[in-house]
Design a protein around this ligand. Sequence first.
Ligand SMILES: [Zn+2]
Length: 310
Amino acid sequence: MTKNLRLGIDVGGTNASFGIVNSDGEILIKGSISSKGHQTPIVFVDELYKEILGKSGVDFFERIKSIGVGAPSGNFYTGNIEFAPNIEWEGIIPLAKLIEEKFLIPTKLTNDANAAAMGEMMFGAAKEMKDFIMVTLGTGVGSGFVANGKLIYGHDGFAGELGHVVAVRGGRACGCGRKGCLETYTSATGIVRTAYEFLEKKSMKSSLESLEKITSKDLFEAAQNGDLLALEIFNFTGEILGQTLADAAAITSPEAIILFGGLAQAGHYIFAPTQKYFEENLLMIYKNKINIIPSLLNENDAAILGAAAL
Ligand SMILES: [Zn+2]
């Protein structure tokens, strides 16, 4: 039997989803289990194994050539999850090793944004590219830098943390303990913080005032309805994102920057201001050369495809 399939596993704070993927990037079988409520990572891996074998059957399972895992704070070099804030096991978890020992299939692990970059390169918007930056705008902001066709891991495996580059000196408090990180402004939670700040100090009327609890989706809908404050919030967010991306471009000179995640789904409301302030802040030699484009991967499948692409 030819081993021509790959298993991608995306471990999140709530769920671990998996998919068996062929070389065209089609997900043949998929499913998920909870990533909560397991006493130890070993119990979790046992349950994952049972679920995947049950779903795939022996025939499919035996065709799996390799396994890729995307996880928060995942380290490609060690295969460990290291001090992830949203995972219930503390400290350092040798997840790749545990999976490899249980499944008896070679296993690689990396952080979720790096996995997304790999997925984009193999199956998405970066198919023909050798130099690009992947930026995920979700609950947090993650990034993966690809240079000369290779993902940059850095000497310790933690390269590419654009979300924790300081975008505003002395700015908003970040979960990492520092101030003004990009993540505190341009994640789905960051833009909501902006909304509350703007509502407090602006005299402008806005449909957002009537909402009890604002989400990034509410902001998108308000912008679609022409709400001026919502448009201003997107403009402010795009300004900070565009400025920081212009700085990032000076480091690896990418062909494109790909935006992915909840906030990227706001389409031109976020892309237009980001592109505008990006160009304004770029060094002359990069101007009008670098496109900021949306991911071509389906939001639900991207993490699995990315992990499989590892
Ligand atoms: Zn931070």
